[in-house]
Design a protein around this ligand. Sequence first.
Ligand code: ACM
Length: 602
Amino acid sequence: MKRFVVRGLFALVAVIGLGVAPPLRAVAAIAVIPQPAYMRVGNGSYALPHEVTIAASNAAERDVAGQLSDFFRKRGLAATIVPKNAAHATVRLSVIAGDKALGTEGYHLRVARDGIGITANTGAGIFYGFQTLRQLFPAPPATANALPYIVITDRPAYRWRGVMLDVSRHFFPVSFVEQYIDIASTYKLNTFHWHLTDDQGWRIQIKTYPRLTTVGSCGDYDHKLGSGPCRYYTQRQIREVVAYAKKRYVTVIPEIEMPGHSRAATTAYPELACKPIRSDVYCPSETTFAFLQNVLAEVMRLFPSTDIHTGGDEVPKRPWNASPFARSVMKQHHLRNAHELQGWFDRRIERYLNAHGRTMIGWDEILAGGVSKHAVVMSWRGTSGGIVAATRSNDVVMTPDGPLYFDAYQGDRAWEPRAINNHTTLRDVYDYDPAVDALTADQSRHIIGAQANLWTEFIPTQQRAEYRLLPRLLALAEDVWTPAADKDWKSFVTRASSQYARFEAAGITFWIPGPNGLEDTIVDGDSVHVAFTSAVPGAAMYYTTDGSYPTVRSARYAGAFSLAVQRGEERRVRVITVLRSGRVSTPADATFSRRVAPLAKP
Ligand code: ACM
């Protein structure tokens, strides 16, 4: 059996301080994402017995123990859950109360001579200890069931660690939604924002209003409403997803867009739009409020989340300005313009949610109308809305459309499948920090976390969704979990490699990053040594040096090679990566150009 060997010296170096990430070499075999807040690697390793026992007593412990048993069985081990007072157990799960250092989501994980222990104040903490534990096992194709001796004490930097999926522009089946939640929770994200309604399709069954699904769900971004298949989630399916997420300590936040992005609803029920312009905006009428309150009543019965997302973004004001009825509402309530009318609309919905014990969350446009201090603001037009919200004491989730919109290209758009017109690299996501320097400590406390959004105009399939989500989600996980001072790009890149091996083994269509070390280079002499390594372990690389598109018939990379670069010339090395599964990356490029000689002094 292959075992980890962790050298004593490295272990010693790693002891250096709480909150300081151990040096990379010390954890070469340990590749946890997100990087734990504190980790000390011991000297030796623990080989699991073939018959694993998991000690768990209360409901939360037993629930994670069940998931842990499934994990062990997949690794070829037998697993039994035993009571906590059992004399021997391979793994001990203990919810204890009152370890202040761990907070509500932190955990303590220890692997030693006598086995594995996870303690936490909550079931969430135990679950996160389990997520770390599974990453301590070697990545496929290695199958060893041995773990390094290690002590980890860990807790998140932020409490809102989210990812959104737009199921309106394209619909995704429950099986994929659950996989999405699975991936998110593996990397300790705790919030799934489900964008359930938009112009292109209404995806949630509402029993009071059947036309929302018999009409409003029959289209998507590629099929005008009425011309596409009708795709939506039944209430039973929604309950299934919420329960699935709960087991993984993920809160599901439903989004019901209003007053804009509502064409699916106004097509199903035309009386919800103002005359004379039939539009994608609800009319601010009593008919509309009765409708929305009835919809929200059903939504609240399905979703236990405190926060209910009501959209609020990009509301065109022309339909209201053109409507005698909407103008009469403005006059009656002394609203100077359509922007103030949206504020009035939002506040009315907020009062309804508050009366039912819920909190409104919306896109940063909801600030303009002056929602209450209790509303949560999702800052998407950059971070400015979030900064304003925090200064007004509203809680903020940062989801800036630059680094955290995962519908953007990751690679060179010349080769990538069509994406929205932006480019956001893995590095861009990694370098994002939700903290804002300009805020005071009190204001900063209102930044409760960050979230990535996956809009799906150009994501027609689940494979494409995986391709846009991953590996960027790994970088997001570290942005919201790991203390900012401990983030380290080089270490992240190394640790991400193990995750790629796991994705590949699970058949997940992640975007394949270009080789590590392939970088634009200024060359001093007549030639340069070109060396790089595959981002994905065990993958093959093929390259060209003449600017052509590489194929598996191009030169196979077999170690550093020499590249001649003439004076005034720029050479391009273009590489494709081919996974063991046969999946091929788009090309990654680097240029090698000759340094221009300095002008001779006159
Ligand atoms: C948004 O991207 N319109 C929230």
